[in-house]
Write a protein that binds this ligand. Structure first.
Ligand code: ADP
Length: 639
């Protein structure tokens, strides 16, 4: 080995294989022979000139027929001096043993025949010898090797795409491998319980689980079994994922997180194999936590959907998950956390003791909790002095943690757009309206007639709901187009766990107030009540068929929490009962519509005044409403 090789200079970078080299080599292989081929190529001649200038003059030494296609003509050396071969003698690059001319022949038979005729009066020793040869030229070889290489190349590219370079979890060879992301103790999750506001009970429950993992002996000593699975259940945006991430931050044990849909691929058997792999990895790193988000993607009840929609692959995955949950003992030190907002559709087998036997329910935050969540999300926001956090919390009932986070961000964006120094209470209110009602579209063109209809429609909602006892308080009416709607009445939702029958009927009546106002005022109805009517119809059907609130139908419910009825094509009740349900719904809605019209008849002057105000200033707030409609009566329903 030379000295140089022993000591590679530091400036020299190691030569790494680059796939583009392959193409370069290929190109060289393809082009070089043809390049040189044309360089050394033998001149082509026609049969006629061959016969007259060479064959008839006895210049030809021999003929070699290549691949039954081309005749290579060799001229006798002593004849080359002739002036007609001047061209050949000039080409210095010629290889001495190479043929002098080439001639394309139709077929060897016809060529031989022609030769025979041409040499008819030749003497025996003057006849030209014809040889046959088969040759494989490099160009020919490449012409079939190249397509194969090209195919191989595309194949490689395809795998690269699916496999992120052929080594990632998505690669073809790793399809069955789990795609779980591991947040190990070295890579600490930045989220801790401090970032999760409210949810006190859930936090206590989940902290216990962290404790199981850290000190299992305390529990097992007394004969207790450590739970294997914990299911976080709650509406979207209530902080399930956040809580799980906080567990990762607090537990200081390896944390595998993935989403339920990641198990499902287009290939059969992949899901099950990923589950196996995930549990294997988790067991190797025990004590550890597995977090499966949106578990309903795989945990949906088996065999409960239409045969058309059935998904065997999902069922296999679920079966494997159940087996794995059964398979590891309580002392393995692996706890599976999962989250869903559709606990009702989950397979019962998944929820039975020994599997996901602990359920933590997260609900929409209460006022106090909302206040705490606001405080967490307001931390990075530069807020004005007028921002009243308790007021914000009380003005956002029904908001989830995610909505609150979004509102804080939206308010900051609004303030930034207006180039303010800080975010004011007003900005927060605008953000709330935007989240609830959609984007304001002041530029939307509405004809004066349409505007008038919208004003009376919204005023109708306002007047009817104002005088009904069981409707949430009205805070604002606006006829500024927002999102898809042309106007809106804003209520302050109260937090109810149950809704009484009078609340239902009053809400239906208030929702019909808009359409009723159109009829009362213009004696003409429009398509503008679509949203209201949709809501009302759904509510009326759920009152009658789900909540058993109808006198005639009685306390029957056709609600199906198990999802079993999804399989049935028909309705779970008889045709006769179906007809009666329809009749009752129609009766309920018509009577509420009449009630709304009666109310508007009584308060017609207030309706006019409010509509005119809306036409003038587009928005009427609580003060305007009180001025026009009087103080809201909260105990008597006049109709
Ligand atoms: P999901 O329940 O749908 O999994 P997430 O946990 O993803 O909801 O919550 C979405 C976002 O909402 C979080 O990233 C966080 O910003 C905010 N959030 C939800 N709940 C809370 C909470 N209790 N405290 C603070 N932020 C919350």
């Amino acid at each position: 080995m030379s000295q140089e090789n022993k000591k590679p200079s530091s400036s020299k970078r190691p030569i790494r294989f680059n796939p583009f080299w392959l193409y370069a080599i290929l190109l060289v292989f393809i082009f070089v022979p043809s390049l040189f081929g044309s360089f050394f190529s033998t001149p082509d001649i026609s049969w006629l000139s061959f016969k007259t200038t060479m064959l008839d003059t006895h210049d030809v030494e021999k003929i070699v027929i290549i691949n039954k296609e081309t005749a290579e003509i060799y001229i006798k050396t002593d004849r080359l001096a002739d002036s007609k071969y001047e061209q050949i003698n000039k080409s210095k690059l010629r290889i001495s043993s190479a043929p002098h001319y080439s001639l394309r022949i139709g077929s060897p038979e016809s060529f031989e025949h022609k030769m025979e005729l041409a040499q008819e009066h030749f003497k025996e020793d003057e006849l030209v010898e014809v040889f046959y040869e088969n040759r494989t030229s490099i160009v020919n070889l490449l012409s079939w090797v190249f397509p194969i290489l090209l195919l191989l190349f595309f194949w490689m590219m395809l795998f690269k795409r699916t496999g992120k370079g052929g080594v990632g979890p998505g690669s073809i060879l790793n399809f069955g491998k789990s795609t779980a992301k591991l947040a190990s103790r070295d890579v600490k999750s930045k989220v801790t319980f401090k970032d999760v506001a409210g949810l006190e009970e859930a936090k206590i429950e989940i902290m216990e689980i962290v404790d199981f993992l850290k000190h299992p002996e305390t529990y097992t000593k007394l004969g207790a079994k450590i739970p294997k699975g914990v299911m976080l259940v709650g509406p979207p945006g209530t902080g399930k994922t956040l809580l799980a991430r906080a567990v990762a931050g607090e537990a200081q044990v390896p944390f595998f997180s993935l989403s339920g849909s990641e198990f499902v691929e287009m290939f059969v058997g992949v899901g099950a194999s990923r589950v196996r792999d995930l549990f294997k990895q988790a067991k190797e790193k025990a004590p550890s936590i597995i977090f499966i988000d949106e578990i309903d993607a795989i945990g949906r009840a088996r065999g409960k959907v239409n045969a058309v929609h059935s998904n065997d692959e999902r069922e296999n995955t679920l079966n494997q998950l159940l087996t794995e949950l059964d398979g590891f003992g309580t002392n393995t030190g692996v706890i599976v956390l999962s989250a869903t907002n559709r606990a009702d559709i989950l397979d019962k087998a998944l929820l039975r003791p020994g599997r996901f036997d602990r359920h933590i329910y997260l609900e929409l935050p209460t006022k106090q909790e909302r206040e705490a969540i606001f405080k967490v999300h307001l931390k990075p926001v530069i807020k004005g002095n007028d921002v009243d956090v308790p007021l914000l919390a009380s003005l956002t009932p029904g908001f989830s943690g995610a909505d609150i986070a979004n509102m804080c961000n939206e308010a900051a964006l609004i303030a930034a757009r207006k180039a303010r120094k800080h975010v004011t209470q007003d900005n927060f209110m605008q953000a709330r309206d935007r989240i609830v009602g959609g984007l304001e579209r002041k530029g939307k063109l509405i004809s004066p007639k349409e505007k008038k209809i919208v004003a009376y429609h919204e005023a109708g909602h306002a007047v009817v709901s104002w005088y009904l006892d069981n409707v949430e308080s009205l805070v604002k009416v606006s006829i500024i187009p927002r999102g898809k709607s042309l106007g809106a009445a804003w209520y302050l939702p109260e937090e109810h766990q149950i809704i009484t029958k009078p609340q239902f009927t009053d809400r239906i009546c208030a929702a019909l107030g808009g359409r009723a106002a159109e009829e009362v005022v213009f004696d003409e109805i429009s398509s503008g009540a679509l949203d209201d009517l949709e809501k009302v119809t759904k509510q009326a059907y759920s009152m009658v068929a789900y909540y058993g609130l109808d006198k005639e139908i009685g306390p029957l419910s056709f609600y199906d929490s198990t999802g079993e009825n999804e399989r049935l094509l028909g309705k779970p009740y008889s045709e006769y009962l179906g007809k009666r349900i329809d009749e009752e719904v129609i009766e309920l809605i018509t009577s509420e519509y009449e009630r709304a019209k009666t109310l508007l008849g009584i308060y017609r002057s207030q309706l006019e005044e409010l509509a005119q105000l809306l036409l003038k200033q587009e928005v009427a707030d609580e003060k305007d409403l009180e001025r026009i409609l009087g103080k809201r009566p909260n105990n008597t329903v006049p109709v």
